[in-house]
Design a binder for this molecule. Sequence first.
Ligand code: AMP
Length: 118
Amino acid sequence: MCIFCKIVNNEIPANIILENEDFLAFHDINPKAPIHVLAIPKKHIDSFNEVDSKTMKNMTTFMQNVAKELNIDKSGYRVITNVGENGGQEVEHLHFHILGGAKLAWSHLSDADPKGNI
Ligand code: AMP
Protein backbone atom coordinates (compact mmCIF):
# COMPACT_ATOMS: atom_id res chain seq x y z
CA MET A 1 0.00 0.00 0.00
CA CYS A 2 1.37 3.46 -0.88
CA ILE A 3 2.12 6.11 1.74
CA PHE A 4 -0.88 8.29 0.81
CA CYS A 5 -3.25 5.29 0.96
CA LYS A 6 -1.89 4.71 4.47
CA ILE A 7 -2.81 8.32 5.36
CA VAL A 8 -6.32 7.74 3.92
CA ASN A 9 -6.60 4.58 6.06
CA ASN A 10 -5.36 6.37 9.22
CA GLU A 11 -2.35 4.06 9.37
CA ILE A 12 0.03 7.02 9.45
CA PRO A 13 -0.80 10.51 10.77
CA ALA A 14 -1.31 13.65 8.71
CA ASN A 15 -2.22 17.22 9.51
CA ILE A 16 -5.57 17.30 7.75
CA ILE A 17 -7.06 20.54 6.36
CA LEU A 18 -10.21 19.31 4.65
CA GLU A 19 -11.85 15.99 3.92
CA ASN A 20 -14.94 14.64 2.26
CA GLU A 21 -16.05 11.19 1.09
CA ASP A 22 -13.74 11.18 -1.92
CA PHE A 23 -10.86 13.58 -1.24
CA LEU A 24 -8.38 14.54 1.45
CA ALA A 25 -6.11 17.57 1.90
CA PHE A 26 -3.22 17.68 4.38
CA HIS A 27 -0.05 19.67 5.03
CA ASP A 28 3.06 18.59 3.12
CA ILE A 29 5.64 17.17 5.52
CA ASN A 30 8.43 19.13 3.78
CA PRO A 31 6.84 22.51 2.90
CA LYS A 32 8.22 24.55 -0.01
CA ALA A 33 6.15 27.65 0.83
CA PRO A 34 4.51 29.16 3.96
CA ILE A 35 1.42 27.18 2.97
CA HIS A 36 2.00 23.85 1.23
CA VAL A 37 -0.88 21.43 1.19
CA LEU A 38 -1.43 18.22 -0.78
CA ALA A 39 -4.86 17.34 -2.15
CA ILE A 40 -5.47 13.70 -3.07
CA PRO A 41 -8.29 11.42 -4.16
CA LYS A 42 -8.97 8.77 -1.50
CA LYS A 43 -9.06 6.05 -4.13
CA HIS A 44 -5.62 5.11 -5.43
CA ILE A 45 -4.77 6.63 -8.81
CA ASP A 46 -1.10 6.50 -9.83
CA SER A 47 -0.86 9.96 -11.40
CA PHE A 48 -2.54 12.61 -13.53
CA ASN A 49 -2.02 10.27 -16.51
CA GLU A 50 -4.65 7.88 -15.16
CA VAL A 51 -7.26 10.21 -13.65
CA ASP A 52 -10.75 10.33 -15.22
CA SER A 53 -12.57 13.57 -15.99
CA LYS A 54 -15.34 13.03 -13.39
CA THR A 55 -12.77 12.68 -10.61
CA MET A 56 -10.95 15.79 -11.89
CA LYS A 57 -14.20 17.75 -11.98
CA ASN A 58 -14.88 16.97 -8.32
CA MET A 59 -11.23 17.38 -7.40
CA THR A 60 -11.31 20.91 -8.84
CA THR A 61 -14.21 21.89 -6.58
CA PHE A 62 -12.47 20.26 -3.61
CA MET A 63 -9.22 22.17 -4.26
CA GLN A 64 -11.11 25.45 -4.60
CA ASN A 65 -12.64 24.73 -1.18
CA VAL A 66 -9.19 23.92 0.24
CA ALA A 67 -7.92 27.32 -0.96
CA LYS A 68 -10.90 28.99 0.74
CA GLU A 69 -10.31 26.98 3.93
CA LEU A 70 -6.67 28.14 3.95
CA ASN A 71 -7.79 31.71 3.23
CA ILE A 72 -5.52 31.99 0.18
CA ASP A 73 -8.25 32.07 -2.46
CA LYS A 74 -8.10 35.88 -2.71
CA SER A 75 -4.34 36.38 -2.21
CA GLY A 76 -3.49 33.69 -4.75
CA TYR A 77 -1.77 30.35 -4.88
CA ARG A 78 -0.24 27.76 -7.21
CA VAL A 79 -1.47 24.27 -8.06
CA ILE A 80 1.07 21.73 -9.31
CA THR A 81 0.96 18.04 -10.07
CA ASN A 82 4.17 16.21 -10.92
CA VAL A 83 3.86 13.29 -13.33
CA GLY A 84 6.39 10.49 -13.67
CA GLU A 85 10.16 10.53 -13.61
CA ASN A 86 10.82 13.69 -15.62
CA GLY A 87 8.03 15.47 -13.76
CA GLY A 88 9.75 14.70 -10.45
CA GLN A 89 6.91 12.60 -9.02
CA GLU A 90 8.10 10.85 -5.85
CA VAL A 91 4.84 9.48 -4.49
CA GLU A 92 2.87 7.38 -6.98
CA HIS A 93 -0.58 8.41 -5.78
CA LEU A 94 -2.12 11.37 -7.61
CA HIS A 95 -1.65 14.55 -5.60
CA PHE A 96 -1.88 18.26 -6.24
CA HIS A 97 0.47 20.62 -4.44
CA ILE A 98 -1.35 23.78 -3.34
CA LEU A 99 1.22 26.44 -2.49
CA GLY A 100 0.61 29.92 -1.14
CA GLY A 101 0.98 32.32 1.76
CA ALA A 102 3.64 34.42 -0.04
CA LYS A 103 4.45 35.74 -3.50
CA LEU A 104 5.85 32.66 -5.20
CA ALA A 105 8.89 32.80 -7.47
CA TRP A 106 8.35 31.44 -10.97
CA SER A 107 11.89 31.52 -12.37
CA HIS A 108 13.15 28.42 -10.55
CA LEU A 109 10.18 26.22 -11.33
CA SER A 110 12.43 24.13 -13.55
CA ASP A 111 16.21 23.83 -13.57
CA ALA A 112 16.18 22.17 -16.97
CA ASP A 113 17.79 23.84 -19.98
CA PRO A 114 14.87 25.03 -22.16
CA LYS A 115 16.82 23.88 -25.23
CA GLY A 116 16.98 20.36 -23.81
CA ASN A 117 20.77 20.30 -23.39
CA ILE A 118 21.91 18.10 -20.52
P1 AMP B 1 5.97 14.66 -5.51
O1 AMP B 1 7.45 14.89 -5.60
O2 AMP B 1 5.18 15.56 -6.41
O3 AMP B 1 5.60 13.22 -5.65
O4 AMP B 1 5.58 15.13 -4.06
C1 AMP B 1 5.48 14.27 -2.96
C2 AMP B 1 5.29 15.16 -1.75
O5 AMP B 1 4.82 14.36 -0.69
C3 AMP B 1 6.58 15.84 -1.27
O6 AMP B 1 6.40 17.25 -1.29
C4 AMP B 1 6.75 15.29 0.15
O7 AMP B 1 7.27 16.24 1.03
C5 AMP B 1 5.34 14.87 0.51
N1 AMP B 1 5.21 13.82 1.50
C6 AMP B 1 5.81 12.62 1.51
N2 AMP B 1 5.43 11.89 2.56
C7 AMP B 1 4.53 12.65 3.24
C8 AMP B 1 3.77 12.47 4.43
N3 AMP B 1 3.83 11.33 5.14
N4 AMP B 1 2.96 13.46 4.83
C9 AMP B 1 2.88 14.61 4.14
N5 AMP B 1 3.57 14.86 3.01
C10 AMP B 1 4.39 13.89 2.57
